[in-house]
Write a protein that binds this ligand. Structure first.
Ligand SMILES: [Cu+2]
Length: 174
């Protein structure tokens, strides 16, 4: 397998991985944004990464109010929201790591459990692609064809450079 082919394959894999990483999470799953949804059990099955999106789907009985901190979230204090949405199909981008707090703006709904706390993790998945490179790099110690070994290591070096650059770019764009 040629060096160029390998680089091309890695480029494709990187692009696919990047696509796969940007997940849309429909809040509450099939039940959506509603008082009857158990949001704690919904969030426990999800991983929220930087670059992902939340989608709130709900009827006109509800709205989405983003709160700034744990204290207002616990008290259901919606007097100082940092964002209010009401289209019925709102998309919220998770643009940085940290915790986000959402509740409903309709009187009483927050107290009925219509609130969700989202913990966003830095998710470039940088550990898996890098570690998957290392096993293929050490096939033998004493190869009879030294030129082959040299070109292999050169190829590996350029791959390493390429991967480093790709991740730098990905991190930059996230
Ligand atoms: Cu509501």
């Amino acid at each position: 397998m040629g060096c160029k082919n390998t680089i091309f394959l890695i480029l494709v894999a990187t692009l696919i991985t990047k696509e796969a990483l940007a997940t849309q999470h429909v809040v509450g799953g099939s039940q959506g944004w509603d008082q009857s949804t158990d949001f704690d059990s919904w969030t426990s099955g999800q991983t929220f990464k930087v670059g992902d999106q939340l989608v709130f789907k709900y009827s006109s009985l509800h709205s989405v109010v983003e709160l700034s901190n744990e204290s207002t979230y616990k008290k259901c204090d919606i007097s100082t929201p940092i964002n209010t949405l009401s289209t019925g199909k709102d998309v919220v981008k998770l643009d940085k790591p940290g915790t986000r707090y959402f509740t409903c703006g309709t009187l009483g709904h927050c107290g009925q459990g219509m609130k969700v706390k989202i913990t966003v993790v830095k998710g470039n998945g940088s550990s898996s692609p890098v570690s998957s490179l290392s096993p293929s790099s050490s096939p033998s110690t004493s190869s009879p064809t030294s030129t082959n070994a040299a070109s292999t290591s050169q190829c590996f070096a350029s791959l390493l450079l390429f991967v480093t650059l790709s991740f730098a770019t990905m991190i930059y764009f996230f």
